[in-house]
Design a binder for this molecule. Structure first.
Ligand code: HEC
Ligand code: HEC
Ligand code: HEC
Ligand code: HEC
Ligand code: HEC
Length: 261
């Protein structure tokens, strides 16, 4: 939708937007186009960051109302709740949410969250542990890609987070090494085996599953600071996937050796 739809929308909006630079949020209910049109003037940097980020830039853009609801006042409250993010990112059972919910932050949020007053700004005085928006919309940044790490410094020392980043990089490197081992095993066994298209596809599917399942899980466990998730759905699951790929290769080789098509 982006190029033509967004451009058209922007042209229509600038023409139709009520004037609102600075000042308080006017009370009322609006459509997404009205939110964007008025906020293009009221909060131009925020709107530009949203447009350039993962939400504004998604194939089907995630617009203002999906997070904020359709009115002032109170539009920040819904957006600050973890349930708003989780509902659209696969639900509470999906890896994105599970990795957070099983972290120390998530456990604290599960216990204390029901008492948090989400009408209050996202700062450490108001929330003892971060939820999704606290980290990803730190200082109301709408870009979803940059400086999540800044949020940590509200509550932790940079020495602590530097140690974590190093450990995270090492953990990720080990995970990637397991994927490369699987690729190398496939490449080595493939030599002289003359695989059929179906057999090639089976091996490619196993590798893809290894990346999309445990390798992605490892990354989520690391970035969301969830050691159990990182281990059981990351490293240990990668070990399992690697073993399964090696077993498949042995099976294929036996089949070939026996002259089975
Ligand atoms: C007619 C102009 C106008 C429209 C339409 C408009 N807003 Fe606003 N909005 C403002 C202004 C002005 C502010 C105050 C900005 C500031 O504090 O710098 C504001 C503030 C906000 C805030 C911060 C409020 C807070 O409690 O901190 C949010 C969130 C917000 N708008 C979202 C929306 C959404 C979502 C829509 C569409 C449903 C929308 N706005 C429609 C002008 C508008
Ligand atoms: C993916 C969810 C999401 C989307 C989409 C989104 N926002 Fe927000 N927005 C948030 C969150 C979360 C906050 C609260 C940040 C905080 O409290 O520090 C916020 C805060 C704001 C604020 C208050 C800024 C401030 O300095 O306090 C404004 C204004 C705002 N959003 C406008 C918009 C507009 C306009 C759109 C559409 C172009 C939009 N948002 C789209 C999640 C979203
Ligand atoms: C209405 C659906 C919807 C809502 C609500 C929503 N998101 Fe998203 N989010 C998406 C889509 C779609 C994308 C872009 C595609 C993708 O990367 O998965 C995305 C992307 C992201 C990304 C970037 C992912 C990447 O791979 O770089 C982050 C981080 C994110 N969302 C966090 C949040 C947070 C935090 C909230 C709540 C404040 C939230 N989302 C609310 C749908 C949503
Ligand atoms: C303690 C801070 C923190 C909290 C809380 C948090 N995240 Fe994240 N999240 C991160 C960091 C850091 C990354 C990695 C970002 C990067 O590398 O750009 C990330 C990555 C992501 C991604 C992209 C995944 C990928 O593989 O690239 C999504 C989507 C996401 N988070 C959504 C959420 C949702 C939804 C919640 C709440 C259930 C949440 N996050 C809670 C810090 C946090
Ligand atoms: C709003 C405050 C807050 C923010 C922001 C925050 N944390 Fe935390 N964090 C806590 C609290 C509270 C605990 C649990 C008590 C403790 O272990 O210190 C915790 C625990 C942790 C733990 C577990 C420590 C352990 O002993 O097991 C890690 C790791 C962690 N945080 C990393 C991060 C990272 C990385 C970020 C930024 C992406 C971040 N935190 C952002 C408050 C915060």
């Amino acid at each position: 939708m982006r190029p033509i739809g967004a451009l058209l929308g922007a042209i229509l909006l600038v023409a139709a937007a009520p004037a609102a630079r600075g000042g308080d949020a006017p009370a009322g209910r609006w459509s997404d186009l009205e939110c964007m049109g008025c906020h293009q003037q009221a909060t131009p940097e925020l709107t530009a960051a949203w447009r350039a980020g993962a939400h504004g830039g998604a194939a089907a853009a995630v617009r203002c109302i999906a997070c904020h609801g359709d009115r002032h006042p109170g539009s920040a409250v819904k957006a600050r709740r973890a349930a708003t993010c989780i509902g659209c990112h696969g639900g509470a059972g999906a890896p994105v949410a599970r990795s957070y919910l099983t972290s120390k932050h998530g456990v604290i949020a599960t216990i204390e969250g029901p008492r948090w007053d989400h009408a209050r700004p996202l700062s450490d005085g108001n929330y003892r542990a971060p939820n999704c928006a606290y980290c990803h919309f730190h200082q109301a940044g709408h870009g979803t890609g940059g400086d999540v790490a800044d949020a940590c410094l509200d509550c932790h020392s940079s020495r602590f987070t530097d140690v974590l980043s190093d450990a995270g990089r090492r953990g990720m490197a080990i995970g990637l090494a397991k994927v490369r081992e699987a690729e190398a095993a496939i490449a080595a066994r493939r030599e002289g085996m003359d695989l059929s298209d179906a057999e090639e596809a089976e091996l490619a599917a196993l590798l893809r599953a290894m990346r999309e399942g445990p390798l992605a899980g490892l990354r989520l466990g690391i970035v969301h600071q969830a050691p159990d998730f990182q281990w059981w759905l990351g490293q240990a699951a990668l070990d399992g996937a690697l073993l399964r790929i090696k077993a498949s290769l042995s099976r294929l080789r036996r089949r070939k050796a026996l002259g089975d098509p």
